[in-house]
Design a protein around this ligand. Structure first.
Ligand SMILES: C[S@@+](CC[C@H](N)C(=O)[O-])C[C@H]1O[C@@H](n2cnc3c(N)ncnc32)[C@H](O)[C@@H]1O
Length: 270
């Protein structure tokens, strides 16, 4: 029997919920932040600023880890912040909610208390298309950190990254689809989309779209150094010898593997 249009799973699904389920792994991200901070600093970190925070899922994970943790989330988009307030922040205890603040602002302009940690995850800074803009962002982050503060970024690349391809990954109740729709080799900009597919055959087309620049690690590192960061280190994922896949353990590295698709962390100490 045909499914009524209004009953289709794609109509009932919430794109932010699907994003959190399929794209984010906030526990592993915060594990990495906590472990790396502990390895580099002798004092505990308290205030974390999550730039491009979206639903502030990662900032909430920071809050839940320790009663001494505080967080500020910054995003331009009031709709996504509101979703995060209702679905993530307000689901924590009153005491936890009192330790987080979400700001609708541009990360280039935002003025907050100096943070111990600034976090910019899921490649959001790739949205800056020029050297000038990315340098301005890195400079403003440095100015927003305490003297021994640390910026944590992720980055992706590999020889599949500039290809015009579609990749699917099965999640619990839906399929996550990543489309690299176009790539311009002249300025390294690309159009990417996230779609979701459901078991009843319905689809949520272009749930999220990004027009960004595929920055290379040397460019990112050089701009961070130009912005004044004193130490910029790439943390590269190790390999599980049994299946030749990534093992989820990221270590400081100066040589990486020429993989088709890699994700790494970049840690920039003020
Ligand atoms: C790829 S999403 C990242 C969400 C989240 N950080 C994560 O880890 O999944 C990018 C987010 O950046 C926000 N954004 C884009 N440009 C921004 C800017 N200049 N200042 C603040 N937020 C911005 C968008 O509204 C969007 O929510």
């Amino acid at each position: 029997m045909a499914v009524l249009k209004r009953n289709r799973l794609s109509r009932q699904a919430d794109r932010h919920h699907l994003y959190q389920e399929s794209v984010q792994d906030t526990e592993s991200e915060i594990d990495f932040v906590v472990e790396t901070w502990a390895a580099l600093r002798k004092r505990p970190a308290e205030l974390l600023r999550e730039d491009f925070c979206g639903t502030a899922n990662t900032a909430c994970e920071w809050i839940r880890r320790d009663p001494q943790h505080y967080a500020i989330g910054v995003d331009l988009d009031g709709e996504v912040l509101n979703w995060g307030r209702i679905n993530n922040v307000q689901r924590m205890s009153g005491e936890q909610q009192a330790r987080i603040r979400l700001l609708q602002d541009n990360v280039l302009d935002v003025a907050t208390e100096l943070a111990d940690i600034v976090l910019a995850m899921n490649f959001s800074y790739y949205l800056f298309l020029t050297r000038e803009d990315l340098l301005e962002y890195f400079r403003s982050v440095r100015d927003g950190l305490v003297e021994d503060g640390i910026l944590f970024l992720d980055a992706y690349g590999g020889y599949d990254a500039p290809k015009e391809i579609v990749e699917e990954r099965e999640c619990d109740d839906f399929t996550y689809v990543w489309e690299q729709a176009s790539f311009n080799p002249i300025d390294a900009t690309m159009n990417c989309h996230i779609h979701f597919k459901f078991p009843d055959g319905s689809e949520m087309d272009k749930a999220f779209s990004y027009y960004w620049r595929l920055w290379s690690l040397p460019e990112i590192r050089e701009l961070l150094e130009e912005a004044g960061f004193s130490d910029v280190t790439v943390y590269w994922e190790g390999t599980d010898k049994k299946n030749n896949e990534g093992n989820g353990i990221y270590e400081p590295a100066t040589v990486g593997d020429a993989d088709p698709g890699w994700v790494c962390y970049v840690v920039a100490q003020r």
